[in-house]
Ligand binder design. Structure first.
Ligand SMILES: Nc1ncnc2c1ncn2[C@@H]1O[C@H](COP(=O)(O)OP(=O)(O)OP(=O)(O)O)[C@@H](O)[C@H]1O
Length: 277
């Protein structure tokens, strides 16, 4: 069974007072992510990537659809069981500095989720935070600083350290390196790969940068106007894309044949997994 299964997830926004207008921001998206695997999600600005990420992370309520994580359906009432399962599903946004309280030193901020979820003693929290920070390349002396006293790369490492203290099984990474310079970006991507190899964490890696997604992912999904128009193994999507919009993202050519432009049937992911075997 996949670690995460998303079935026909939909978010419809309504606007206007006298004339109500409905707009699908995410429409019937279905996907699955296995343990320790990375699914890369690519799409142009406004295609619905962040909305989909927020729906899966439980920060937005879907209009329709189902999310099953680690065997538990996350739809419906916010029971104690759902809260505990959600702890294993974390999200990182593209503006890491907004993740921390500017008035709190880093050590206190890093310890906050542990204090809320695990409630161990003060000393144990301090040790866990320092160990995790070291493990991902943050010097202990940096933990006594405020967020504005750190570089973008150091802050993003701190964000990861804070999440990893909670032992997540899936991390949604929404453009995690888009605010960083090229060398810092390479370091963080390398770190993410190392973390995945040693801890077996799965990623939903969201970016508008095809090269980065290709580097990070095992499978790729393409979001276009809220719909998942392409979905499959990395090699298949990059080498033999089925949808003209994917070809446009890869080759930069608008070679859309009106016949072809009709939405394609997205293959069942499990089907290609079986084809690979
Ligand atoms: N709360 C909201 N109210 C109205 N429209 C919204 C809301 N949230 C998102 N949208 C719209 O939904 C669409 C998808 O937005 P979303 O942020 O998910 O796209 P994205 O692919 O992540 O874009 P980007 O790459 O620029 O971050 C956009 O057209 C956006 O304007």
């Amino acid at each position: 069974m996949p670690l995460l299964t998303v079935e026909k997830l939909t978010k419809c926004l309504t606007s206007g007072f006298l004339q109500r207008k409905q707009r699908w921001v995410v429409r019937e998206v279905s996907l699955a992510i296995d343990k320790g695997e990375t699914l890369g999600l690519i799409g142009e600005s406004g295609s619905g990537k962040t909305t989909l990420a927020r729906l899966i992370a439980g920060l937005l309520r879907p209009t329709a659809g189902r999310i099953v994580f680690d065997g538990t359906s996350l739809s419906g009432a916010r029971s104690k069981q759902i809260r505990s399962v959600r702890k294993s599903l974390q999200i990182v946004f593209q503006n890491p500095e907004t993740a921390f309280n500017p008035k709190m030193k880093l050590k206190a901020s890093l310890a906050e989720p542990l204090r809320i979820h695990e409630n161990p003693g003060r000393k144990a929290i301090g040790r866990d935070v320092i160990d995790m920070a070291r493990r991902i390349g943050l010097d202990e002396e940096l933990l006594d600083r405020y967020p504005h006293q750190l570089s973008g790369g150091q802050i993003q490492r701190a964000v990861l350290a804070r999440l990893l203290c909670l032992n997540p099984r899936l991390i949604i990474l929404d453009e995690p390196t888009s605010m960083l310079d090229v060398s810092c970006q390479a370091q963080i991507l390398g770190l993410l790969k190392e973390i995945q190899q040693s801890l077996g964490i799965a990623y939903l890696f969201i970016s508008h940068d095809l090269e980065v997604v290709a580097h990070m992912s095992d499978a790729i999904g393409v979001l276009h106007e809220g719909e998942l128009i392409e979905y499959g193994a990395k090699q298949q999507v990059l080498e033999t894309p089925r949808h003209p919009h994917t070809r446009y993202l890869i080759h930069g050519e608008r070679d859309v044949d009106p016949e072809e432009a009709n939405p394609v049937e997205v293959p069942d992911r499990r089907q290609w997994v079986m084809e690979q075997c």
